[in-house]
Design a binder for this molecule. Sequence first.
Ligand code: NAP
Length: 237
Amino acid sequence: MTEAMIIGGGSGMGFALARVLVADGKDVTIVGRSTERLTAARAELMRAGDGAVQVMRADIGREDDVAELFAGTGQVGHVVVTAADATGVYGPTTRVSVDTARDVVNTKLLGAWLVGKHAAGKVTGSLTFTSGINAYRPNGSNTIMAAANGALASLAYGLAIEMAPVRVNVVSPGWVDTPIWNQLGMDTQAVFAELAEKLPARRIGAPGDIADAFLAVMRNRFITATVLHVDGGHRLT
Ligand SMILES: NC(=O)c1ccc[n+]([C@@H]2O[C@H](COP(=O)([O-])OP(=O)(O)OC[C@H]3O[C@@H](n4cnc5c(N)ncnc54)[C@H](OP(=O)(O)O)[C@@H]3O)[C@@H](O)[C@H]2O)c1
């Protein structure tokens, strides 16, 4: 049986989770929109260990894609959703287009709901969504993403009742050094260094920090309807 399907697993923290599992000999499926990105990720994962790596293309915001994804899948132990596209979403609300806002909600919130809808009966252990620090510590930018992230908690609580005994949780990362920042066109490392000084953990997150959190909620069979914050203490700054 596939240990985990990671939707968004072609890069960033989803990829980090896939790498840990493959290194442990577990079979994984990684899902995203870009076949090229998935194929490159698969090649790298296959160098990490003995687990089998399957790639499947799907846009989590499209019901036909998500339905097909799960129709073509046998039973899977855990589903983890890390998919997000932050294109055009940074900046004050007055400068973000409604099309961008719809895209964000469509991918992060409605996409997660679609996974809950179509994974039912296929996932046996847990379903985990990925939220984010901006839901809990707003910073005057990216507010629609923050709203979608915050709503994931309510979605997980509701699905934890509906899908029980499958466990449904949210991992909420702080700032993590992943490709999602690349499109911002800023000196990311300088911004990270500045924030790191203020964080109780005194560092920015690494993708592996979040992979460890995913593993914790996947493996602990008493964690359900929970938001696990993995943010280096960012909520206190
Ligand atoms: N990095 C941070 O500092 C941070 C902080 C807080 C929260 N988060 C959250 O953490 C999660 C993971 O982000 P990350 O930092 O690991 O970013 P990432 O490296 O950009 O990974 C996101 C992945 O999602 C896939 N994706 C995007 N839109 C998709 C769609 N509609 N359908 C299917 N796959 C899609 C992307 O691949 P394709 O483009 O090929 O589809 C990409 O591989 C996101 O939900 C993000 O909001 C990140």
